[in-house]
Design a protein around this ligand. Structure first.
Ligand SMILES: *[C@@H]1O[C@H](CO)[C@@H](O)[C@H](O)[C@H]1NC(C)=O
Ligand SMILES: *[C@@H]1O[C@H](CO)[C@@H](O)[C@H](O)[C@H]1NC(C)=O
Ligand SMILES: *[C@@H]1O[C@H](CO)[C@@H](O)[C@H](O)[C@H]1NC(C)=O
Length: 155
């Protein structure tokens, strides 16, 4: 198992633990209309462009440091969630997931989990509240990536 795979697994475990102990997994509201995927694709690109712009203002040497990009990342996930609801799609959904994976590949492909998880957890309830959904999203992405890697291996 290479470092990346291990990191991905660890991230997934963290996600499971977070879900278990806090039990905050939201039940997505049931959309009334059919999901318009072409519109969703366009809308999440808008979220992504904003995120790229925000990340562009952060020195690339800090791109693996969650402390530096957590609020931008949080806004980005909130944005994809809001846009999904607007176009009557569930969140998370495969289209948003694959877009987030693309964003991850762009910014975080060189990061290891040791780099991403900060050394100095802040004593700040708001940050922790933001951190939990961020971890859940990361865990979700990790699971998707891990599963697709496994099916690659098995295929
Ligand atoms: C989906 O959204 C696009 C762009 O807004 C629109 O042109 C199209 O008619 C929509 N499709 C459906 C099925 O509502
Ligand atoms: C991340 O950034 C914070 C704030 O600048 C710093 O205190 C911390 O040591 C950094 N963590 C890593 C792993 O570089
Ligand atoms: C990752 O590392 C490679 C080789 O060092 C570099 O070319 C690439 O720009 C880096 N990617 C990111 C997102 O930092």
């Amino acid at each position: 198992m290479d470092t990346n795979e291990f990191a991905v697994l660890k991230l997934f475990v963290v996600g499971i633990l977070a879900t278990d102990s806090f039990n905050i997994e939201p039940t997505p509201p049931r959309p009334r209309k059919a999901c318009n995927e072409s519109r969703l694709q366009w809308e999440v690109e808008v979220c992504g462009e904003e995120f790229k712009r925000d990340m562009g203002q952060i020195d690339p040497q800090y791109w693996c440091n969650l402390t530096h990009f957590i609020s931008e990342y949080h806004i980005f996930t909130l944005c994809t969630e809001a846009k999904s609801l607007v176009v009557h799609c569930y969140w998370p959904n495969p289209l948003v997931e694959s877009y987030i994976i693309r964003i991850h590949k762009h910014f975080f492909s060189n990061c290891t989990i040791e780099q991403v998880v900060w050394v100095d957890p802040p004593d700040d309830t708001l940050t922790i509240l933001i951190l939990i959904p961020v971890f859940l999203t990361l865990a979700m992405i990790a699971l998707v990536v891990w599963c697709s890697k496994r099916s690659d291996i098995l295929a």
